[in-house]
Design a binder for this molecule. Structure first.
Ligand SMILES: [Zn+2]
Length: 630
């Protein structure tokens, strides 16, 4: 019995027994109806079908199976959702978890990593290394108790890990151990002999959320030694993006204080923890995965971003803030200037001053918006509109909320846009709508009004407004593509699919369809639905695509199309996708018109636009033998 078996068992149970545990459901024909918890629902829009094992909201498009419902409703990770579902259904989760079968490779990786951390620990206590190690701790303002708690170790200029692996008596086991250690990046191979990757470094075990060692960070002993930080390779066993370093130690305190301090890298985490800020966790690298966000969000909603003071640190904070905003979290920003990072700050200023900064921290979104206001306010209206668009962009995760409106109005005043507030809000709402549809467009109506306002008060050049530089989300045509493919998986093997994907804009849609296509020949149609659901469990896919897919899965009925109908459908999808591609290209060229310097360039551009316009008209009338010419 593995977690896979458990998943199947949960799927066997009626989905209404899980959904109905959280929200009241009423029977309606074959299905059950309830108020959707994922949008503010006034009439029951959530349909639950036990027959299909799926739920779906017809108002906000949320949808999925019992496990995805719990993931979303409780902000749980996949495993946590499994545990929760087992509780509701009275299935003994621990038994499944215990008997989860690990591959020999994974078991070997765990064994080697554990052994290596022991070796590093032992070295730190050896007479040859003790002095350097103690000096390092002292210089970092750490003590032995902290070193103990974080299992900090040491490695000299020796091959302790390779020696240990080569000393394994059983040949088969030794071979597996060496190959796994190579993949983990603990050792390297040269002329058929092995040597250790990490040398003369202080070694920090990196744990997963359960507190199991999955890799190491090695910090240089001296400033001359490069690189300063050397980490284990990302491998089958170590996915940096999912690591929240120190979470197993900090979890309780995050709960107690109802807040979390996010730093970058283990040194900052250990330092803050050591100085009493035990609700700190570190990300490895600068990105936060959806999994990491949801994991923390299930403990607290109060986030402090505590990154380096330089521009790279600020950029990382902005990126994290964007991801957090999407997850509905307004994070605060900790400013460590004039010091360079949290570690530096707390060692020089002390805990009391840091605590003061925490109390006074501003919302990150306000820091970013302030950064948008230029020192000299531009006089040209198109430049002001560009600023306004950047502000829309930043605010869009807040949706149509008072928080967004207030910031928008304040910002407009600062950049001296004195338009009617209603126009501003209208333009912002149109922007939101556009992001949703992801339709490229001519200038928005309300935006035009603001331009007119501006131009009547200033003598500005009469420039076009540049279309927004990016497309957001899945566009309408791509949704149609997903729908057809999901409802008729037999389309995946159509010879024209690859050609058609060239014109798909959204990279996730592309990846998803390609992934399906790779497996199209192998999927047993009886397992089609569960296969797709599993694919959707991969966290690389955003909520948007997961929902778009789940919505279609809900409608899926096995009903194979004839070859003729297939050709017709593919032709139609291709025409739509290609048409959208042309429209986007046209918008892009139009935007470029503004930057053109010479008449020759302008003429070339104009003729290119004309060709595209012609093609757009033509594809409407094409009946068959569709051939993109661009
Ligand atoms: Zn809904």
């Amino acid at each position: 019995m593995s977690l896979g078996d458990l998943k199947e068992k949960i799927k066997d149970a009626p989905v209404s027994s899980i959904v109905g545990y959280y929200i009241p459901l009423k029977r309606s024909g074959l299905n059950l109806l309830g108020l959707c918890p994922f949008h503010s629902d006034s009439k029951p829009s959530l349909t639950v079908s036990d027959q299909k094992g799926l739920y779906k909201c017809f108002a906000c498009d949320a949808g999925g199976d019992a496990i995805t419902f719990v993931e979303k409703y409780k902000n749980f990770s996949f495993i946590e959702a499994l545990e929760e579902c087992s509780k509701i259904l009275g299935i003994p989760f621990e038994e499944y978890k215990k008997e989860e079968k690990k591959s020999p490779k994974t078991m070997m990786a765990e064994k080697i990593l554990f052994r290596a951390s022991q070796l590093y620990k032992k070295t730190s206590e050896s007479p040859q290394s003790k002095e350097s190690f103690q000096e390092f701790l002292q210089n970092r303002g750490l003590n032995e108790a902290t070193a103990e708690q974080f299992s900090i170790g040491f490695v000299g200029n020796s091959n302790s890990v390779s020696h240990y692996l080569e000393s394994i008596a059983d040949l088969k086991e030794r071979q597996l151990a060496l190959s796994v250690a190579l993949q983990l990046g603990l050792i390297k191979e040269k002329n058929q002999s092995h040597y250790d990757t990490f040398r003369n470094r202080v070694m920090f075990p990196i744990w997963d959320q359960m507190g199991k060692v999955v890799g190491f960070g090695g910090r240089a002993l001296t400033n001359e030694q490069q690189p300063k930080y050397l980490n284990s390779l990302e491998s089958f066993h170590f996915n940096k993006r999912n690591i929240l370093y120190g979470l197993h130690l900090a979890k309780q305190e995050i709960r107690n204080r109802d807040s979390v301090i996010l730093v970058e890298g283990y040194m900052d985490m250990i330092s803050l923890y050591h100085h009493g800020f035990k609700n700190t966790v570190a990300v490895m690298g600068v990105a936060l995965s959806d999994y990491a966000i949801n994991r923390l969000k299930s403990i607290t909603k109060n986030f402090y971003l505590a990154l380096d003071s330089d521009s790279a640190g600020l950029k990382a904070a902005e990126r994290m803030n964007r991801d957090l905003l999407k997850a509905g979290i307004l994070a605060k920003y900790l400013d460590f200037k004039p010091h360079k990072d949290p570690d530096d700050f707390v060692r020089k200023e002390g805990s009391v001053v840091l605590n003061q900064r925490i109390v006074e921290a501003k919302l990150m979104i306000d820091v970013v918006i302030e950064g948008l206001v230029p020192a000299k306010i531009p006089e040209i209206s198109s430049q002001k509109i560009e600023l306004l668009n950047s502000c829309f962009e930043l605010l869009s995760p807040l949706g149509e909320s008072l928080e967004a409106f207030e910031r928008l109005i304040t910002f407009a005043k600062k950049v001296e846009i004195n338009s009617n507030q209603d126009y501003l809000l209208e333009a912002y709402k149109e922007h939101l709508q556009k992001s949703k549809d992801s339709q490229k467009r001519a200038p928005l109506k309300a935006e035009l009004k603001i331009v007119q306002d501006l131009e009547s008060t200033q003598q500005a050049t009469s420039e076009d407004i540049r279309p927004s530089p990016q497309a957001y989300g899945i566009n309408k045509q791509e949704k149609i593509l997903l729908e057809h493919i999901l409802l008729h998986p037999e389309l995946l093997t159509h010879p024209k699919i690859a050609e058609l994907l060239d014109f798909v804009h959204n990279p996730e849609v592309k990846t998803f369809v390609l992934r399906l296509r790779e497996l199209a020949y192998e999927i047993d149609s009886a397992h089609y639905e569960s296969f797709i659901t599993t694919l959707l469990g991969h966290e690389e896919f955003s909520t948007e695509i997961r929902e778009a897919v789940a919505a279609n899965l809900f409608k899926f009925q096995k009903n194979e199309l004839s070859e003729k109908v297939r050709d017709r459908l593919i032709f139609d999808i291709e025409r739509r996708i290609y048409g959208e591609y042309l429209k986007e290209k046209k918008q892009f060229l139009k935007a470029k018109q503004k930057e053109v310097k010479t008449e020759v360039e302008l003429n070339a551009l104009m003729s290119e636009i004309l060709t595209i316009e012609k093609e757009i008209t033509q594809i409407k009338y094409k009946k068959n033998a569709f051939r993109p010419t661009l």
